[in-house]
Every structure is written in structure tokens, then in C-alpha cells.
Design a protein around this ligand. Sequence first.
Ligand code: FAD
Ligand code: NAD
Length: 475
Amino acid sequence: MADSFDVVVIGGGPAGYPAAIRAGQNKLSVACIDEWKNRDGTMSFGGTCLNAGCIPSKALLESTEMYHRLQEEFPVHGIRASGVSFDVAQMQKRKGGIVKTMTQGILALFKASGVTPLQGHGKLLPGRRVAFSAPDGTRRELTAKHVILASGSAPIELRSAPFQAPHIIDSWGALDLEAVPKRLGVIGAGIIGLELGSVWRRLGSEVTVLEALPDFLPTADQQLAKEAARHFKKLWLDIRLGAKVTGARVTGSAVEVTYTDSKGEQSLTVDRLFVAIGRRPYTGDLLSAGTGVELDERGFIKVDHQCRTGAEGVWAVGDCVRGPMLAHKGKEEGVMVADLIAGRFGEVNYKTVPSVIYTAPEIAWVGQTEEQVKASGRPYKVGVFPFLANGRARAMEQAQGFAKIVAAQDDDEILGVHIIGPLAGELIAEAVLAMEYSASTEDLQRTIHAHPTLSEAVHEAALAADKRAIDSINR
Ligand code: FAD
Ligand code: NAD
């Protein structure tokens, strides 16, 4: 096998593997190195996202939402079901099957685009050389015209509550629980805490979420955050804000958590404590001395707006560089870099990276929040349309939440779209496309939306921005 490639990618997650595939499509010789090891000792491409992140979490969210709806909504539809129960082992088996199919699919995609998969550890050496070590101890040195670093991220450990499996766990542990904990403590009311907290709450866990900040979802549009908090309360997710964890002690089969909040010192006893306070860039044993690749003060690999590091021919993409830690952001960066290497056009529009929280109701947004637009001083207008007035949402028995559009007063440009409601994560795609094309609310107003669909809520929100909504009262 040739040890010289046009491109070597280190990391086969959603940033690295698309970079490798696009490089192959661009007729470049390419190898993709990945060291991901599963709990059973097997190795697979796909990184955090496919193996222990996006995909397994969505599999469990889907199963548990179905169970929850069966309990809460089916009677309203006139469907009576008795003796309904769930089987965590089967849910986990289904989740495992989906992960396996998708991660093995990457190998088929590699084959189709001529990518050489190398399972093992990669380390960048000076001069665009890469030291590859296979699990059996075999070592090879690869040379490349270009190296793409896509080493991803790892969960942040909390000093006052260090991981201690099986009691104090990270998101991978929370995805793999074999039984429903009677009491689950979650530290961090961020995306992971809310998604996986919802999974176990729906199956009956008493879930208490301790969040250090005084505000809930502080980076989201605040009207949306308030609506979300209301719904999580209804699900009986006990979210305690302004809670600073001071310690966690495993005592027998329980965990005693101590924290302080505005009322003073508090304690909480749970069966499992799940720490979800964010992720940090992972660059463990990735860079040897003298490569010219630099890290910033938070450990991210320093890159320019097109993901070039300070070393000639070395690029970095995904969670290991600045920007939101999202699979689709990493994917676009990987594809951009593989195109730039091939001399093609490549760009990522960081202003239109959508965020989705896959809870029920789902939460999604793109662009600026109303608070950000207000702070910018640019005159703006807002259109909000409630799903209560949307026929499809009514028919689905999911008439909760709203679609909100923030647009410029002067030229009508859409600046931000915020949706909480059924399938918000799907609906946001229209807003992303609209913003990508610098659309105005008038463009959306004049776009025909099929009836009855959830997408009419986005259409009506655009109309509401000019007080011209048809299906709700304009305020
Ligand atoms: P990773 O996916 O972390 O992949 C990096 C890969 O590189 C890994 O396989 C690692 O083993 C390998 N590697 C690292 N160093 C080396 C080395 N030196 N040699 C060889 N291999 C190496 N994002 C979303 O957009 N949507 C979601 O719904 C979503 N859900 C999530 C749910 C959970 C529970 C978690 C934890 C994350 C979720 N994310 C989600 C975030 C998403 O998983 C990350 O943003 C994404 O995986 C980042 O992709 P990446 O390729 O940069 O890194
Ligand atoms: P996050 O940054 O979304 O949330 C972490 C939360 O923990 C924040 O609210 C923070 O204030 C809080 N926190 C931090 N330190 C704390 C402390 N000591 N005590 C209590 N609370 C504390 O991080 P996450 O939820 O761990 O997710 C990590 C990354 O994974 C995110 O960047 C996210 O983008 C990505 N992710 C995305 C999705 C999705 O797209 N649906 C799903 C899961 C994860």
C-alpha cells in the first residue's frame, strides 16, 4: 500500500469522514485514520456523532417519545391501549443496530470514493508526515501533500464531581444505561442534558437538572427559552438554575450531590449522576513538536476563516476548532477544505449554522436572536405565529410553541428564525435556505406553502412580521 497520499485525514467523525470522501470525489489519493474504539473492543468510523452522540441519542429520543405519546396523547385520539410497557434492552438493541448500520456504511462510502481507511492512531509530524500506529502495534509513516486534522472533542469533567462509572457518568454512559435510574441527576441544562434528561424522564426517572447559570438557555432567543422552560416543567424535568455543584460522593448505590444556590447550601441524592457541562477540543497525542500547528488558550487548534492552521498544507476542522460543536458545521468545514485543496471554491457561511434541540417540543433556530438584533441597534420587526393556529399541528395533537421571525425594518432582510414546536428541526431548513439567499420576509410571504402543513407556521410568521398574518390575530 502506498505510504504517500495527496491528503491524510486524522479523525473519521462527521468532520473528517466527509472531508475524506470529498477529497476522493475530487480524484485525490486519500487516507482517513481513526482510532474510535467501541465498548466491545471493535473499531468504527463515524466519531462521537455516529457512535456515541447524534445518532444513538436520536434513536433513544424517538423510542421514548413514542412511549410517552402513547401514554399522554393516544387517549385523546380515541385510541385505547392497555398493558403498555417498555423494554430498555430492546430500545438499546435497536439503537445499537442503527449505529452499526450507519458506521459500517462509512466504509462502503470510502470504498466507493477511493478512500483508504486506516484504523488506529495518527500523529502529525513536522513536514506533513503522519505517524500511524495500528492496534496490533504496527507502525507506518505516511507522507501527504495536505493533512486535515479532525480529532473532535471530549466531555468536560467537573472537578467537584469527577466521572466515576457506573455512578457518575458522561453522555456515553447516559446513552448506554441498561435500566431506568429511579433518580437521575443531570449537571448542566445544555443541549445534551435536556435531550438525554428527556429520554430517561419519559421512561419514569425523577430527573433533577442542576444548572450553574441563573438563566435557562441563555444563548437562545429569550421568548423561545421561556416557552421551552414552560414545556420542560410540564414534563416534570426539575431544572434548578444558579446551582453551583460543590461535591459528589458515591455512597453505596447512590450519589450524594452538594450544591449552593441563592438559598444557600443544598443537597440531592440520586442513583446516577450525569455530567453534561460541555465538551472540550480533543488533541491528545495528535501533534508532535515542531509541526507549526498552534492551540489557543482553550485548547482549540488555531485556524483562519477557511480552516488553515499556521502550518503550510495542514488544515483543521470540526469540534477541534472554534465555532459551534455541531456535526453539520464540521461536515461543511471538511467538505470546504477538501474542495479548496483540489483548487475548487469552498466556503462555510457561519451565520447560517442551524441549532436544533431534539426534545419535545423540538427547538430550532438560525441567525440572530431578538436580543442580539436589539443590541446591534438596527431597527427590526418581529413576526410570531403560534402552532395553536396551525391545522396540521392541531391534527397531530402537537399544537404547542411558535415560529418567530426577526427581520430588519429597513430592507426586510431575515436576520433570525426561532421555532419551538413539532418537527422544528425540519422546519428550520427553509429558514436556513432563505437566509443563505438573503431572503426578505416578503420573499417568504410570497412563497406558496402547502396546506395543511407545519411549514405554514413559518409562512404565517413571515406575514405576521408585517401584521398581515391570515390565520392569527396580528398584534
Ligand atoms: P468527532 O465526532 O469527535 O470525531 C473525531 C474522531 O477522531 C473520533 O472518532 C476520534 O476517535 C478520532 N481521533 C481523535 N484523535 C485521533 C488520532 N490522533 N488518531 C486517530 N483518530 C483520532 N451534533 C449535532 O449536530 N447534532 C446532534 O444531534 C448532536 N447530538 C449529540 C449528542 C451527544 C450525546 C453528543 C456527545 C454530541 C452530539 N452532537 C450533535 C455533537 C457532535 O457529535 C459533534 O459536533 C461531532 O461529532 C463533531 O465531529 P468531529 O468529526 O469534529 O469530531
Ligand atoms: P452545552 O454547552 O450545550 O451545555 C452545558 C451546560 O452546562 C450549560 O448550560 C452550562 O451553563 C452548564 N454548566 C457548565 N458548567 C457547569 C457547572 N459546573 N455546573 C452546572 N452547570 C454547568 O454542552 P453540552 O450539553 O454538554 O453539549 C456539548 C456540545 O455537544 C454542545 O456544544 C452541543 O452543540 C453539542 N450537542 C449538540 C446537540 C444537537 O445539536 N442537538 C446535541 C447534543 C450535543
